[in-house]
Design a protein around this ligand. Structure first.
Ligand SMILES: [Cu+2]
Length: 123
């Protein structure tokens, strides 16, 4: 009985920790400095891409990092101004972090697949 309780406490603690980490990512201040990097995992397999057009909220000036796992090399377009083209290889590639300097909706897409991966909702 005691053992089960200890295990349960452990589970609750680690879940709580994860929750905290996520929260601090989205509730930062508005000064545009020291914003935590927003990491977006992207999986490209054949002609399917995940996520597929999801909205992701980011803040102006927040570093955005795409971690791409793909079965073939390719290129991701970030439709910011100016547009950015980010190349990835087959396997897992962590792309160079970028920032968006004004509010709006920025599409991140694969032209090869003609699919929108995410829409960055920049606030
Ligand atoms: Cu494009």
């Amino acid at each position: 009985m005691r053992r089960a309780l200890a295990a349960l406490t452990l589970v609750i603690c680690s879940v709580g920790l994860v929750g905290c980490g996520d929260d601090s990512g989205s509730s930062g201040g508005g000064d545009g400095k020291d914003l935590p990097t927003k990491t977006i995992d992207v999986t490209i397999e054949g002609d399917s891409v995940t996520p597929n057009g999801d909205r992701v909220e980011v803040q102006v000036g927040q570093p955005i990092e795409l971690v791409v796992t793909a079965d073939a090399e390719g290129e991701i377009h970030v439709h910011s101004d100016p547009e950015q083209e980010l190349e990835y290889g087959s396997g897992t590639t962590t792309l160079k972090a970028f920032t968006i300097d004004k509010p709006g909706i920025i599409e991140v897409e694969s032209h090869a697949l003609e699919k929108t991966i995410v829409q960055l909702e920049v606030k």
